[in-house]
Design a protein around this ligand. Structure first.
Ligand code: C5P
Length: 220
């Protein structure tokens, strides 16, 4: 199966890299973080406690969600509503990281993630794509960058959108979320044993994309 998994922490550039690769290759894209964010958003809306494992798993199994390409990007539709922008807040990110640490929740989302595979191939973006969801993928990448660089990128993004934010605050949120993602007992963020590690701290997006394209030429 033609699958490229790209795992790594937030701000490593993997979202952008995955979008570019999917459109370059004409492959489907799985943004697994969006699924955890949608679940967290739905739980907040429906007032399901973020530590109620079974109710969260049931919510995960029954999510009515669709990703629809709109030319410029992808609209995320939950129960008929376009929730794309609402998923990008810090509250949702933080809540997503909490629900993602629950094993039954991850189990409930597993088949939904696997179902994103379709011919001619799939780019899978997440934390455990290479370790858990697609362990047989022929190309696995672990994309990382220093926490300071990732905070700077997030700061620039938010400033461009007109938000008044503090870089120190962003750095501390990034470090806190990283700690939780890397140290949880279920599906912790870590490179698969057969992953190729790329550090994007001093690379441009194009440089990262071209490294992955080279891997495709070499391996597929
Ligand atoms: O990638 P993104 O920042 O959208 O992911 C939000 C949260 O969802 C992450 O902080 C992580 O805790 C969780 N996640 C996960 N496994 C994935 C993708 C995301 O645990 N495959």
């Amino acid at each position: 199966m033609n699958i490229i998994t790209i795992d790594g922490p937030s701000g490593s550039g993997k979202g952008t890299v995955c979008h570019i690769l999917a459109s370059k290759l004409g492959w489907n894209l799985l943004d697994s973080g969006a699924l955890y964010r949608i679940l967290a958003y739905a739980a907040l809306q429906e007032k399901v406690a973020l530590d109620n494992d079974l109710q969260l798993a049931e919510l995960a199994l029954n999510l009515k969600v669709a990703f629809i390409s709109n030319g410029a990007g992808v609209d995320t539709i939950l129960n008929g509503e376009n929730v794309g922008d609402k998923l990008r807040t810090e509250v949702v990110a933080e809540s997503a990281s909490k629900v993602a640490s629950i094993q039954v929740v991850r189990d409930a989302l597993l088949e939904r993630q696997k179902a994103f595979y379709q011919e001619p191939g799939l780019i899978a973006d997440g934390r455990d794509m290479g370790t858990v969801v697609f362990p047989d993928a022929p190309i696995k990448v672990f994309l990382d960058a220093s926490a300071e660089e990732r905070a700077q990128r997030r700061f620039n993004q938010l400033q461009n959108k007109g938000f008044d934010v503090s870089i120190a605050q962003i750095l501390s949120e990034i470090k806190e979320r990283d700690f939780r993602d890397r140290n949880r007992t279920v599906a912790p963020l870590k490179p698969a044993s057969d992953a190729i590690e790329i550090d994007s701290t001093s690379l441009t997006i194009d440089e990262v994309v071209s490294q992955v394209v080279d891997l495709v030429k070499l391996k597929l």
